[in-house]
Design a protein around this ligand. Structure first.
Ligand SMILES: [Zn+2]
Length: 298
């Protein structure tokens, strides 16, 4: 009996040690990788980006350098893993990292400080466990398991399917991009941008939290009403699932179809401009002006 207790005690100590030491080991690995990330950007990355991620073509040289540096840091300082036999190449990592860092390009500080691991599946996957606290609250578990394009659990792990990533990257103006979607969820966790549960007081970590929460809520209700009335909208109806999905879907559209979003819901568009510190519709206008076309009035 004593031996059994000693055995259980040792196992518990080992498990506790693992969980205590793991963040420390990870942060040591991240510091080491950060030093490596200071290396120059590989020469082929810029052309890789042009070919595989046409969304980045509108960036200025300075923005492109910033984006590649941030991507290099995200690749070098986090744990990346190909799952179900997927061999993760540098090109795949770059495409994922560049789209992720497009979100944080103008946000000061380290991109995605809470993110530790990016798991990439070859194709749409069926999750074995549900670890997203939001999903415990808001989804109907009887519907599971359903195939997923990606998941962001808010515990430092993003799971994503490569086929959805490459499809999303190929067409930068269809309003669908799984990387923008999942990494927007990660930002939502980090800044408390969307309420995490019905009982919890919701206090977004933004400059003007009351403005953020009331504006986002109003915009969500507008989409919800449009979807219920089968009215046309630039956003997919999946955005009406709940306010967390609304923010992720709105982010996809903000970066991929900014002028349409600005036209359909200028209040939401301005809110996202303030948070992301970017005005994607203006980038397009700049390109239009350069080619002699007239830009938008507002
Ligand atoms: Zn989502």
């Amino acid at each position: 009996m004593d031996e059994l207790l000693i055995g259980i005690g040792s196992a518990l100590l080992l498990a506790a040690g693992f969980f205590v030491l793991r963040p420390l080991l990870l942060s040591m690995a991240q510091n080491d990788a950060r030093r490596q990330a200071a290396r120059p950007i590989p020469a082929q990355w810029s052309s890789l980006l042009d070919t595989a991620a046409p969304a980045m073509r509108h960036l200025s040289d300075e923005q492109r350098t910033l984006l590649l540096r941030a991507s290099g840091e995200l690749i070098g300082t986090r744990h990346w893993e190909g799952c179900q036999g997927l061999v993760l190449t540098e090109e795949m990592q770059l495409i994922i990292a560049a789209h992720a860092c497009l979100l944080t390009l103008a946000i000061p500080g380290e991109p995605f400080p809470g993110l530790r691991e990016i798991l990439v599946y070859p194709a749409t996957f069926v999750p074995r466990t549900v670890r997203d606290p939001r999903k415990w609250v808001w989804t109907n578990e009887r519907d599971r398991p359903l195939p997923e394009l990606g998941e962001s659990w808010g515990n430092g792990i993003i799971v994503i399917s490569w086929d959805a990533v490459s499809e999303g990257a190929r067409d930068p103006s269809d309003g669908h991009n799984v990387v923008l979607h999942e990494f927007a969820h990660e930002l939502a966790y980090e800044y408390d941008l969307t309420p995490a549960g019905v009982d919890r007081a919701w206090k977004p970590r933004v400059e003007n939290p009351d403005h953020w929460s009331s504006t986002l809520q109003r915009a969500y209700e507008r989409l919800d009403a449009k979807v219920a009335a089968h009215a046309a909208t630039v956003m997919s109806e999946y955005g009406a699932t709940d306010i967390a999905e609304f923010f992720a879907v709105a982010t996809e559209v903000f970066f991929e179809r900014p002028e349409e979003l600005d036209h359909e819901d200028p209040e939401l568009y301005d809110l996202l401009c303030t948070f992301y510190r970017q005005d994607p519709a203006k980038h397009l206008m700049k390109l239009d002006s350069a080619s002699g076309l007239t830009g938008r009035k507002r």
